[in-house]
Design a protein around this ligand. Structure first.
Ligand code: OGA
Ligand code: MN
Length: 213
């Protein structure tokens, strides 16, 4: 395969290869430092700016076209991102995402045609109960992507762990992931149920989906 790629002028990317490998073997991957400290700082400034402008709204269950707000299921507030009018930090964000998507499409023929991302803030005491990221009227979500924008000194005691429910030969196992800044988690939207445990300190992130036709 590598030789074929070289012949096509394709440069293998070890990080992306690991992402593909992890996802195909275990349905998820965790990448620490996917975004540099400066990038995270810039994106954190961006999310907090917009939060202060009051642009966020209570997150809904369902999608843009089928919204219901149910606080007993999820308590975060979100703001959809728009690549077309993105600020410099968001441009860097989308450049990295687009680079990854191009690579995925060239190598695994996933056929990612669309993407959607939103900022998410979980105020103290909020959570998102166990769920799957696909909807009755939209089964195009293929990969879920979460990137954490918390402060450098984020502690495990702050809560807000992402828990992935994995299947280990018919046995359910919990994979607990702390939302450390710069960390990215990517998982199969249609397969892995997951939840966000209650947070004790405001929790900042970007969540998105890579979608097929
Ligand atoms: C979601 C979600 C996980 C996280 O927004 O659908 O599950 O860790 N987020 O923020
Ligand atoms: Mn989810």
């Amino acid at each position: 395969m590598a030789q074929l790629f070289e012949a096509l002028g394709f440069v293998e990317n070890p990080l992306y290869e690991r992402i593909i490998d992890d996802i195909s073997k275990q349905k998820f991957t965790i990448i620490d430092n996917f975004f540099s400290e400066e990038e995270v700082n810039a994106l954190r400034a961006s999310i907090l700016d917009k939060y202060e402008e009051d642009a966020f709204k209570k997150a809904a269950i369902g999608n843009k076209f089928d919204e219901v707000i149910v606080k007993s299921i999820r308590g975060d507030v979100i703001l959809w991102m728009d690549e077309v009018v993105s600020n410099p930090a968001e441009k860097l964000f989308f450049n990295k995402i687009n680079d990854l998507v191009d690579y995925l499409n060239k190598t695994c023929f996933l056929g990612i045609l669309y993407k959607e991302f939103h900022y998410a803030i979980y105020p103290k005491s909020t959570f998102y109960k166990r769920h799957l990221d696909t909807f009755k009227n939209d089964d195009r979500r293929k990969l879920s992507f979460v990137c954490y924008l918390n402060h450098e000194d984020w502690q495990p005691e702050n809560g807000g762990e992402l828990v992935l429910y994995l299947d280990d030969n018919g046995q359910e196992v919990e994979k607990v992931i702390y939302p450390f800044p710069g960390r990215v988690v990517i998982f199969e939207s249609q397969i892995l149920e997951h939840e966000v445990r209650p947070v004790n300190t405001k929790r900042l992130s970007i969540t998105g989906w890579l979608k097929t036709r």
